[in-house]
Write a protein that binds this ligand. Structure first.
Ligand SMILES: [Zn+2]
Ligand SMILES: [Zn+2]
Length: 326
């Protein structure tokens, strides 16, 4: 008899309080698709959902979701080329262990077993949610073999100069490949990328959004920006130029940030983003997906009024397992 069945039997006999008999962990669902695609591996802000030590109703709901195997993880993507059996990771998060379970392509698991899961890793910037997952790929974890890491020169310099990241370079786990801004770089016969610099808190590196272009579609991944108005690009034009845009959706409203003024908040509010992009959403050519939600954001509440309002305006909230063809 398994431990769970044993506990259930004890509870049924009245020998244990029912509250002690927790449901066993369900396995995380995995996803596959045909044709080249992006797979959403995560949808929340750097510190995850629930956040450490946070026991609000919302974070407790996040814990309950994780127990069902449908939890939310830190914002990230996998880019998958099933026929060519090529795989890329976009941002390496602290949730990386469970996030990779979402990639159910058999070839991916074979490659992970051979310690070479990715043909490349793209990193937006040096905040913990966006690169700290690299630690799991080093000596203490996967022991990944020489894998290209695509980022800006400043991000590459940061990784090369600072331990423990420098170990990954010295031990041949990662191979830094800094890319210039604002021009197409061919990564493989099916995939190109551009780096767009964005204004953000750049203590350790600069920050970029990536535009990926596959045979059929383009996708902008831009999880962090201080404000759309400080950006050198016109946000509506930038978003209208791609087929899918995953954008910073950290906060719903100022109510999540008591005691702070709008000028102090280093992210656009969802309403501001939707206002700036309503015309693009109405045109219907670009799918606009909000991601990187903070643990205070009521748009995390599945089926809640904020999610309904977002859907009515023609926008979507990122969700793990979402497949976006490229
Ligand atoms: Zn972030
Ligand atoms: Zn950041």
């Amino acid at each position: 008899m398994h431990r769970r069945q044993f506990l259930s039997a004890l509870a049924a006999a009245g020998l244990l309080p029912r509250s002690l008999v927790l449901p066993g962990p369900r396995s995380t669902p995995g996803y596959t698709a045909s044709g080249i695609y992006a797979l959403v591996l995560g949808s929340v802000q750097d510190a995850g959902f629930p956040q450490v030590g946070c026991y609000t109703d919302r974070c407790n709901e996040g814990r309950a979701l994780q127990a069902t195997g449908h939890g939310r993880f830190v914002s990230s993507l996998a880019l998958v080329e099933p026929e060519a059996e090529r795989f890329y990771l976009v941002d390496a998060t602290p949730d990386i262990t469970r996030q990779l379970d979402l990639i159910a392509e058999p070839a991916f698991r074979a490659r992970a077993a051979a310690r070479r899961p990715f043909d490349g890793i793209f990193l937006t910037h040096a905040h913990i949610g966006h690169y700290a997952g690299l630690a799991e790929l080093g000596n203490e974890g996967m022991g990944m073999q020489k894998t290209p890491v695509y980022c800006t020169q400043a991000m590459a310099d940061f990784l090369a100069a600072n331990y423990p990241w420098r170990f990954l370079v010295e031990q041949g786990r990662i191979d830094l490949k800094p890319l210039a801004l604002d021009r197409w770089h061919r990564i493989d016969p099916l995939l190109e990328v551009q780096l767009w610099k964005v204004p953000h808190r750049d203590e350790l590196s600069d920050t970029v959004g990536f535009v990926f272009r596959g045979p059929d579609a383009s996708l902008l991944f831009l999880p962090d920006i201080n404000s759309w108005s400080l950006w050198e690009r016109d946000v509506a034009e930038a978003v209208a130029s791609v087929d899918v845009a995953l954008l910073d959706g950290s906060f719903w409203s100022m109510e999540e940030l008591p005691g702070r003024t709008a000028a102090e908040v280093p992210h656009p509010l969802m309403a501001q983003t939707m206002d700036a992009l309503q015309g693009v959403a109405d045109e219907g050519k670009t799918r606009i997906v909000l991601t990187h939600l903070n643990n205070s954001n009521p748009a995390l509440d599945d089926g809640g009024p904020q999610q309904r309002a977002i859907a009515r305006r023609g926008f979507t909230i990122a969700r793990e397992g979402m497949i976006l063809p490229l």
